[in-house]
Design a binder for this molecule. Structure first.
Ligand SMILES: [Zn+2]
Length: 288
């Protein structure tokens, strides 16, 4: 009786829990859909994360360029080509050459040249719009105003402020933060008071390592290349070097050779960048 009961119960248990074939099919289908679904979901996730690579390069953050010591397994070296006393009729030719190599320059322009040359405003807008840097070289370039008079340092800073506002108006917003002292800071006329006044208005000041001497009468393509090679050798090929030019006819002529020279030495060309300021003055100040 007990055994019968047992079998009976067992039988009953077995019948209640017997799985029908249709249920197997449903389970298999559900499992199949789950596996396929998670697989497809995973692929979507991967595609989404891959799409990060299509973000505009300008929106990505890079290490400041001055802290980069090597590039494609080579020592990183940078050259800043700078052009003083413009804008002049040669500025457009210089820009055309630089643009043809996709190189950006730094132009230290004069208030008096902006007044004198009728194409100045268009040239300055082109410089600002295409990533070249416009530095300030004073309004007058006048020796006694900037260095000779009692308030020379205040005059100096005042001219830079005046030019800063002029450039901002012409370019529609470009605010220059760098000047080049007429005649340079190393000649004994630039003083601590000049440094102090420039610090007050938040303007830095650059000289150069290499004077191309393109402004000398009788300067030629050969003489300029010799000057550049001489200075580079003298300073032992600085990792960051600033080259001084003016907007002369011979400057336009020599420029492709200069670009080839620095390219062969492995230099990258940069415009001034206030976010990666480097100290480059003959006065010997760390505050400029
Ligand atoms: Zn000058």
């Amino acid at each position: 009786m007990a055994r019968q009961q047992y079998y009976s119960n067992y039988g009953s248990y077995g019948r209640r829990n017997r799985v029908k074939p249709q249920t197997y099919i449903v389970f298999t289908l559900v499992a199949f859909l789950l596996v396929v679904g998670s697989f497809v979901f995973n692929i979507f996730q991967q595609v989404n994360s891959l799409s990060v690579a299509t973000v505009e390069p300008s929106s990505l953050n890079f290490e400041p360029i001055t802290t980069v010591n090597s590039w494609h397994n080579k020592e990183a070296k940078f050259v800043y080509l700078t052009f003083d006393d413009g804008p002049s009729q040669n500025a457009e030719k210089i820009l055309d050459i630089l643009d043809s190599y996709d190189i950006k320059g730094t132009f230290f322009v004069l208030g008096s040249s902006i007044d004198r040359y009728s194409g100045s405003k268009d040239i300055l807008k082109r410089m600002a719009d295409t990533g070249h840097y416009i530095g300030m070289h004073s309004m007058t370039h006048d020796y006694s105003t900037l260095y000779g008079e009692e308030n020379a340092a205040q005059n100096f800073a005042g001219e830079m402020l005046e030019e800063q506002a002029l450039l901002k108006e012409i370019t529609g917003g470009f605010e220059s933060e760098l000047c080049r002292a007429p005649y340079g800071t190393g000649g004994g006329t630039f003083t601590d008071a000049h440094v102090e006044e420039l610090n007050k208005i938040g303007v830095k000041c650059w000289d150069w390592d290499v004077d191309s001497l393109d402004w000398e009468s009788g300067a030629s393509v050969d003489s300029i290349m010799k000057n550049i090679e001489y200075c580079m050798n003298l300073w032992n090929y600085p990792r960051q070097t600033v080259v001084l030019f003016h907007e002369k006819d011979v400057t336009v002529e020599v420029l492709p050779k200069v670009i080839q020279y620095y390219t062969d030495l492995g230099y990258e060309f940069l415009p001034y960048n206030p976010d990666n300021h480097i100290v480059k003055n003959l006065f010997g100040s760390d505050d400029l």
